[in-house]
Design a protein around this ligand. Structure first.
Ligand SMILES: [Zn+2]
Length: 188
């Protein structure tokens, strides 16, 4: 299958994608090259899909009084590089060249502060609710484009938020089918 996605290592942009600028980013510390991918699951409010709340959270425009759950994340300054919605549509908030704020306190293979050297991919979903076929299809095209742009990253450097922040984070949750992802990447 022809891969429709392409990543420029110079600009850190993936094409084609919708763009939504998040101010929640800063420069990566040296060596500044992405070396892993972190997969997340997010829905706002939890279990509701398709609304504008994720973009609002990542652009610091969420009305924290609009839902009881939002009070728990009040004034949270977070972002991810990209979001894959349930329908497979893709939104980029932060260029891969910059540091997005998605991992928090974290560690991968003994190296802490995963935000410094990771690409954060949010899947619109929740831990116990099957992810959409279209999300797997898009992810299975996006990841090879990322691997091609950043040779330090292979399928072995793709982890869940739950793996780099165990005990603190559970996403993308047991609903995420890692074997299906690996099969789609031709790496089992
Ligand atoms: Zn997460």
């Amino acid at each position: 299958m022809q891969n429709t996605f392409e990543v420029s290592p110079d600009t850190g942009l993936i094409e084609p994608a919708m763009r939504c600028h998040s101010p929640n980013q800063d420069a990566r510390p040296p060596p500044a090259q992405p070396a892993m991918v972190v997969l997340h699951g997010i829905s706002l409010p939890p279990g509701k899909f398709g609304g504008p709340e994720i973009e609002a959270l990542f652009t610091n425009t969420l009305d924290f009084d609009a839902h009881p759950y939002f009070g728990e994340i009040r004034d949270l300054k977070v972002s991810a590089h990209i979001l894959i919605r349930r329908d497979g549509s893709l939104v980029q908030f932060v260029p891969f060249t910059e540091r997005a704020w998605h991992a928090g306190e974290s560690c991968f293979r003994g190296q802490s502060c995963c935000n410094d050297y990771s690409i954060g991919i949010e899947l619109e979903g929740e831990d116990e609710n099957a992810y959409d076929d279209r999300q797997y299809q898009v992810l299975q095209q996006i990841l090879p484009a990322i691997f091609a742009a950043y040779p330090a990253i292979t399928a072995r450097e793709v982890a869940g938020h739950c793996d780099i922040a165990p005990g603190r984070k559970t996403d993308p949750g047991p609903a995420f089918d890692w074997l299906r992802l690996y099969d789609g990447l031709g790496t089992s």
